[in-house]
Design a protein around this ligand. Structure first.
Ligand SMILES: [Zn+2]
Ligand SMILES: [Zn+2]
Ligand SMILES: [Zn+2]
Length: 333
């Protein structure tokens, strides 16, 4: 199967696509082609060259037997309905197009297990605010990390506090992982997505994304979990949206800024290998300070502390870094 760079798929409206897939036999054909697809086969790897180009299509008779359908003529009709958008015909048989592959992937990632959940479990990770053990629970495709002792960073609608974050994770993310590993996978999964959004590319469909700021005007977090107005500790939140596939991501600017290369260099010069898509980024973000210098035009100051030194970044209304200052009071000249 050659999935990279294929451009021979037909066009289909969303209505037509739903109609094509809303048939048991047709969906079974997509599922079967996906089951028979062997990702380790050199012909199948996503690649940067055509070196491994090959054809691993499934013959009509093999596909027909695997799906287990009783009427050849009718089976052929269903197969034709899937061609060329979800299934492609080659000299040797049939294979999934990129769109067909992604449909199968989405179904598998979403339904690996029946409604998996993790009941509240204390793990070996310290709350970034008070260092007490973090408690993790998972339900409804979301992982919640809370502090076992302090008010945390958010106050939810029910007035509960202690929440550090609530982030999405597909059920497949729980497979073959301990609870602690699942926490780390959740951060890696979401921060990798956020980095893609920051880079202007939707992590789900590759379309252009829109970035905007949500600033709480009357921010007063006090010493409870979140501010009564916005329910969070941080004042400035970055919202990312893809208008094409409707993927969204939101998060504190104090986390988003930690993807900036000047931050990586600042930490590196102080003996810290800062890797963005990790739990450590979430912990470090709690030491970062945000400040609104001007409102019109908007100017934001972000301060990243490390070992007595400070990195000060000034951002404009488009979130471009327009000024960088390193303050090193402890430096010996
Ligand atoms: Zn805590
Ligand atoms: Zn998208
Ligand atoms: Zn607020």
């Amino acid at each position: 199967m050659t999935r990279c760079g294929s451009n021979d798929v037909g066009t289909l409206s969303p209505d037509d696509a739903f109609a094509v897939l809303a048939n048991e036999t047709r969906f079974e054909i997509v599922r079967t082609l996906w089951e028979l697809y062997e990702p380790n086969d050199p012909a199948n790897v996503i690649k940067f060259s055509d070196l491994y180009d090959g054809d691993t299509a499934v013959s009509f008779s093999d596909l027909y037997n695997e799906v287990g359908y009783s009427d050849t003529g009718n089976f052929n009709y269903h197969l034709e309905q899937l061609t060329d958008h979800f299934v492609r015909r080659t000299d040797d048989g049939y294979e999934l197009t990129q769109a067909g592959f992604e449909i199968a992937q989405a179904v598998v990632a979403g339904t690996v297990r029946e409604r998996p959940r993790i009941d509240a479990t204390e793990i070996d990770a310290g709350c970034p605010l008070c260092d007490s053990p973090v408690v993790v629970d998972y339900d409804n495709h979301h992982l919640v990390a809370s502090c076992s002792r302090c008010p945390g960073l958010w106050q939810n609608a029910d007035g509960d506090d202690g929440v550090l974050f609530t982030l999405p994770l597909p059920p497949a993310g729980l497979s073959e992982r301990t609870v602690e590993q699942t926490l780390h996978a959740t951060l890696a999964f979401n921060l990798t997505r956020i980095r893609s959004f920051i880079g202007g590319v939707c992590p789900d469909c590759s379309s252009a994304v829109e970035q905007s700021l949500d600033i709480c005007e009357a921010h007063a977090p006090g010493n409870r979990g979140g501010c009564p107005q916005c329910h969070r500790r941080h004042q400035i939140e970055v919202a990312e949206v893809c208008h094409l596939c409707k993927s969204v991501a939101r998060g504190p600017i104090t986390i988003a800024i930690l993807a900036h290369p000047s931050v990586t260099a600042f930490y590196y010069d102080r003996g810290i290998e800062h890797r963005f898509a990790t739990w450590e980024t979430f912990r470090r973000a709690q030491t970062v300070e945000e400040e609104i210098l001007e409102t019109d035009p908007l100017s934001i100051r972000i301060t990243v502390p490390c070992k007595g030194d400070r990195l000060r970044l000034t951002l404009d209304e488009t979130l471009d870094v327009v000024d960088i200052v390193r303050e090193t009071p402890g430096a010996v000249s």
